[in-house]
Ligand binder design. Structure first.
Ligand SMILES: [Fe+2]
Length: 240
């Protein structure tokens, strides 16, 4: 039987603000896919990355308000929150303090993105800067960063510092291939993953797929673990 109540903490379903959903219709199709997957809580995390994605905050908030209105009519039991996926610039703490960037749903958690070949030292440095300013960094899709993805001790160190680790649903479900799936299994066995996100971008490619990832997590570490990872741990983001 399919599990309901899953939480997606990373996606690009907000329409027209980054390289994710192109319009409201596409966003609603993507929300329907999430809903069919048993997802009931979604954090919308449009990119903020200098010279690539710099949507004005007002535009992001307006798009969120419109999407929320539409979603409420269709799925009254679906909770949406607004956040952002922020690329590793030096000024994140300052911009957050000034209210120019978004944390996840108004909490002090920040979804922090790096480039694929960034050195491990940079990942630590930027995570530490956020921690020193009272924020809790969540390293977005850590499996993409070649200099830390196989360094499990390094990940432990990051977590000991107070950072959190997010992995994409497609990595866990094995949509990205057998070796990726086996890799995700290792991360789960070592209990390194704190949060899972779909990182969904479109309704026809990079689509949401949280239910399959949930099933794989349950297979790897049991039902209690899957419920913890996909429901209990992220639930505080969505409380009233
Ligand atoms: Fe993303």
């Amino acid at each position: 039987m399919q599990q309901t109540g899953l939480c997606d903490i990373h996606c690009h379903i907000l329409p027209g603000v980054d390289d994710g959903s192109r319009n409201m219709e596409e966003s609603l199709r993507m929300l329907q896919m999430e809903y069919n997957d048993g997802v009931r809580c979604i954090m919308l995390t449009p990119h903020f990355r200098y010279q690539m994605f710099e949507p004005p905050l007002e535009k992001v908030k307006q798009a969120f308000a419109e999407l929320q209105t539409q979603a409420k009519e269709r799925w009254p039991d679906l909770t949406l929150r607004l956040g952002s996926e922020i690329h590793k610039s030096l000024d994140i703490s300052e911009c957050l303090r000034k209210g120019e960037r978004l944390t996840l749903g108004g909490t002090n958690h920040v979804l922090l993105e790096f480039s694929g070949s960034d050195p491990k030292s940079l990942i630590f440095e930027r995570a530490l800067d956020l921690l020193n300013h009272g924020y809790k960094p969540i390293i977005a899709h850590i499996e993409r960063y070649s200099n830390i993805r196989d360094d499990f001790d390094g990940m432990e160190e990051l977590k000991d510092m107070g950072a959190f680790i997010q992995v994409n649903a497609d990595t866990i479900s094995g949509k990205d291939g057998f070796f990726v799936k086996r890799y995700a299994r290792k991360l789960m066995k070592r209990d390194l993953i704190d949060f899972v996100g779909t990182d969904a971008h479109r309704s026809d490619s990079r689509t949401p797929g949280l239910a399959k990832a949930y099933d794989q997590a349950a297979k790897a570490n049991g039902n209690d673990y899957a419920r913890w990872l996909f429901i209990q741990n992220p639930s505080f983001f969505f409380e009233e």
